[in-house]
Design a protein around this ligand. Structure first.
Ligand code: SF4
Length: 197
């Protein structure tokens, strides 16, 4: 994050958007339940500043063991990422192709521990807005299964709001948010900056 930005204000704004997302989802018919984690085996895209909310949660609630587990998961994820992307600056199409492969290979999100989200209360916006309203087992066969149509517009609106109300906001894969925090020394591939949806 750049100097001169009021980080507390940024976090408050993100948490306010999360609150509105959560209250919207309370009124959406859903068959999703705790322990069902098929949709957590795909590439999650986040707004860069969301790492502030995740790391605030990790600092408060993660013990040493959980931190080490997540760090190892991230390392494994990066190895997979590097092995399955071309050696160049990656663009949207590269990330999209990778996402399809991750879903096919059923690679879990680094935060998924024992089939549960270890940062549930601080999970990114796209995770909060994702739900299906029938046949949850179909998500096992298709990890990229679309969320229920009731959620399309709110997801678009809130993501747009997050991008426009956060200084220097960009979109990138979830794991790119956490490399500094977890002090991961790895050969990171560059990704073309995405600032709009
Ligand atoms: S952050 Fe949590 S909810 Fe989102 S994909 Fe990862 S484990 Fe699943």
């Amino acid at each position: 994050m750049l100097m001169g930005i009021d980080l507390k204000k940024v976090v408050n704004n993100l948490e306010d958007i999360y609150k509105r997302a959560d209250s919207f989802m309370l009124n959406i018919p859903s068959v999703c339940s705790k322990g069902c984690s098929f949709c957590c085996h795909q590439n999650i895209t986040v707004v860069n500043a969301e790492e502030l909310v995740m790391t605030k949660f990790i600092n408060k609630y993660f013990g040493f063991k959980t931190k080490e587990t997540v760090k190892n998961n991230i390392l494994n994820w990066y190895k997979y990422f590097n092995e399955n992307t071309p050696d160049k600056i990656l663009d949207y199409d590269d990330i999209f192709s990778l996402g399809k492969l991750i879903a096919k290979d059923k690679i879990p999100c680094p935060f998924l521990i024992n089939e549960e989200c270890s940062i549930y209360n601080a999970r990114p916006l796209v995770c909060r807005i994702h739900s299906v309203n029938n046949s949850p087992k179909e998500c096992d066969n298709d990890r990229l299964r679309n969320a229920s149509t009731d959620t399309f517009q709110i997801k678009k609106d809130l993501l747009k709001e997050m991008l426009s109300s956060t200084p220097y906001a960009t979109l990138h894969p979830l794991i790119y948010s956490l490399r500094e925090y977890f002090e991961i020394n790895f050969n990171f591939k560059m990704i073309k900056v995405i600032t709009r949806i």
